[in-house]
Design a protein around this ligand. Structure first.
Ligand code: SF4
Length: 448
């Protein structure tokens, strides 16, 4: 998981990039970087840590630039090295070029192998570097054509922003798996993973890029280049369950309302008689409210969240995740002791964080715990940019629901049905990727 932003502004973009990146910090907390253009050259600043640890408003205020891109990254396990911090910088046929990407290229290994066989050496583990080499290969003066040819080669989910000295370019993968949006007003043209990064700059007029759409922004405004072929989009449904901020409006669906409806649907599918409905904050909160309102059972904050801790799912290692859960969530004994509770969480991936959390809640003297999950069993790895373990390490892939209940140590365990999840979107679900629940990966017209 990562977040990207690109800005062309009448104002200096340093501070704007800082505000936008802060708004999508939840998409990646391992590193942050920006690249800005002074009209002739690109300058890069980047580092490990949160946006606020890498940049200061004072330093970014000094940047005299009107074009820039930014990136926040959550690294896959073992790939947290400095040289992987994005945006990446390079040259294409002598022109300075930089790129940041959110997503994952499924055929990365074979494309990389082809390039290495031709003598090209890679300096990072990132998909972005592969994309740079492909664009460079196809670039004969027309950047849109080079990107189109590159996209025809790539299989996977990706949302890219590119800064060149005189322009900003963005493109969304051919199935629109990862989100990407364009917003504009008189002062700013902003591209970002989520609307929060656009609205923070006072831009209220925004839309999603279509699947396969390329946007080029320069001093004259922006132009859109649509895909020539017509593929059915496969927007990531997990964005609404967990990844995005609750105020995200991605491909016409608001994440908060989606999560609320999931809670209501869960109550219809799995009603339980308890004293309190408690969320695992933050992504479980809207669904717990939905469950509480549908059932008429009081909502209560049974867990206290340490606001200064980041997201646990996107920590690199299992050990980091377990320590993070302990530091992040503490049972509120005064609320839950002696009570029968429904606990609402977004997903069970490896299962180990759920086991640890339930142990803590049990130790607080809870009478019964009924765990409600607002996604179906996560049985298959994601190959489109959400960093999940391989199939053997996904709890739902190894165990059935009763075995999971026993392993986690709850009185009952309920998952929303796939039909229920889809109905929360108020669509027929055809335009969603749901592969982590179904194993039905997009085909792109060729076998993956
Ligand atoms: S496999 Fe799951 S997490 Fe990955 S893109 Fe599809 S819906 Fe999203």
């Amino acid at each position: 998981m990562s977040g990207v932003v690109g800005i062309v502004s009448k104002k200096k973009v340093g501070k704007e990039l800082l505000f936008s990146l802060n708004s999508i910090q939840h998409r990646g907390q391992d590193s942050a970087g920006i690249i800005v253009s002074d009209g002739k050259n690109l300058t890069r600043m980047r580092g490990s840590g949160l946006v606020s640890e890498v940049f200061s408003e004072k330093n970014l205020n000094k940047i005299d630039s009107h074009i820039g891109i930014g990136h926040v990254r959550s690294s896959p396990e073992g790939l947290n090295q400095d040289y992987n911090i994005e945006p990446l910088f390079s040259f294409i046929k002598g022109e300075e070029f930089s790129i940041g990407n959110d997503g994952n290229i499924m055929n990365y290994k074979s494309l990389k192998q082809d390039l290495e066989n031709e003598g090209i050496s890679f300096h990072t583990h990132t998909d972005s570097e592969l994309i740079i080499f492909l664009i460079a290969r196809y670039f004969k003066g027309d950047i849109v054509e080079a990107i189109r040819k590159t996209m025809a080669k790539l299989i996977g989910g990706y949302s890219c922003v590119i800064a060149m000295p005189d322009k900003l370019i963005a493109f969304r993968d051919r199935l629109g798996i990862r989100p990407l949006m364009l917003g504009h007003n008189e002062e700013n043209i902003v591209i970002a993973s989520e609307n929060s990064a656009i609205e923070i700059l006072g831009v209220d007029d925004y839309r999603d890029l279509e699947a396969g759409e390329i946007i080029v922004v320069d001093k004259d405004g922006f132009k859109s280049y649509k895909m020539e072929e017509d593929l059915n989009p496969r927007h990531c449904i997990f964005e609404y369950v967990y990844t995005s901020r609750p105020d995200a409006n991605i491909d016409g669906i608001n994440s908060y309302m989606f999560r609320r409806r999931c809670g209501e649907i869960l109550f219809k599918e799995s009603p339980v008689d308890v004293d309190l409905i408690c969320p695992v904050p933050d992504s479980g909160t809207p669904s717990a409210i939905g469950y509480a309102q549908a059932s008429g059972i009081p909502f209560a904050e049974g867990l206290v969240r340490n606001r200064y801790m980041g997201r646990t799912f996107i920590k690199c290692t299992q050990e980091e995740r377990e320590i993070a859960v302990k530091q992040k969530l503490a049972p509120q004994k005064a609320v839950i002791k002696g009570k029968r509770i429904v606990l609402v969480d977004d997903s069970i991936v490896r299962g180990t964080t759920s086991i640890n959390l339930i142990e803590q809640i049990r130790a607080a003297g809870v009478k019964e715990i009924h765990l409600m999950i607002t996604s179906p069993p996560f049985k298959y790895p994601c190959y489109y940019g959400v960093d999940t373990p391989n199939k053997e390490n996904l709890m739902a892939s190894r165990l059935d629901v009763e075995e999971m209940r026993e392993a986690i140590g709850v009185d009952s365990l309920h998952f929303i049905s796939l039909e229920g999840l889809i109905s929360a979107s108020k669509t027929n679900g055809e335009s969603f990727c749901k592969a982590c629940f179904t194993g039905d990966y997009a085909k792109y017209g060729e076998k993956i």
